[in-house]
Design a protein around this ligand. Sequence first.
Ligand SMILES: Nc1ncnc2c1ncn2[C@@H]1O[C@H](COP(=O)(O)OP(=O)(O)OP(=O)(O)O)[C@@H](O)[C@H]1O
Length: 258
Amino acid sequence: MLLEVENVSLSFGGIQALKDVSFSVDEAELFSIIGPNGAGKTSMLNCISGRYTPDSGDIRFKGRSLSGLKPNHRPDLGIGRTFQNLALFDHMTVLDNILVGRHHLMKNNFLTGMAYWFGGAQHEELEHRRVVEDIIDFLEIQHIRNAVAGTLSYGLRKRVELARAVALRPHLVLLDEPMAGMNMEEKEDMARYVVDLNEEWGMTVVMIEHDMGVVMDISHRVMVLDFGAKVVDGLPDEVMANEHVKRAYLGADLGEAA
Ligand SMILES: Nc1ncnc2c1ncn2[C@@H]1O[C@H](COP(=O)(O)OP(=O)(O)OP(=O)(O)O)[C@@H](O)[C@H]1O
């Protein structure tokens, strides 16, 4: 197993965001986490990325416990992520946004990353550019490479954010609602890129997504959280057949309910 989450609990004051959650994700799996608003999905991602420290339990990546590791060591290990709200440098070009994703410090501290980047990391630029060119080709954003990020459509900015997240060629990428706010066509594109990253690059994906159609269509396995606790995890069909899941989702528009 690439990622093992064991009995993780997390609370904020009186709110228990995660209750004794365990699951594991295999190498090259496309694993989705669904559940109603406030179910604990982002909290779980934040525990894996190191932004939050669980109150109890353990998270292991490639067999190694992540407890006590600072968030800025996650990229070194091979964990990348995107955020629920876009986190691009709006005034910078697409290319520069992605190049900056190659810098480890950038992952957690934008200001330090900026200072480092402009202060003397240019010698690494050639190697960065080679890898970045691959990503630009792969995600088909050649035509906007020199565009200023802030001028792009929301769907394209989400794609650039994905490019930056995979710029370090992580083994595991954590995607927090990569299709939120997108129109149908943008969603289809994004779903295809996620599948291609998984299938062609062998990247393991853990994704939070509200669009049940997309989730059930592209995920290998799905986990449902509700009130911070795991309801079920399994193949998409198994999850859809689960009584608790049916009670929670049936009768409601599946696309809206998650
Ligand atoms: N930094 C925080 N401080 C206080 N409470 C928090 C914090 N982060 C999350 N919570 C609380 O923990 C619970 C789980 O939140 P979380 O964001 O993980 O849910 P979610 O399933 O991702 O929801 P959504 O689908 O709305 O993004 C919620 O009650 C939320 O208010």
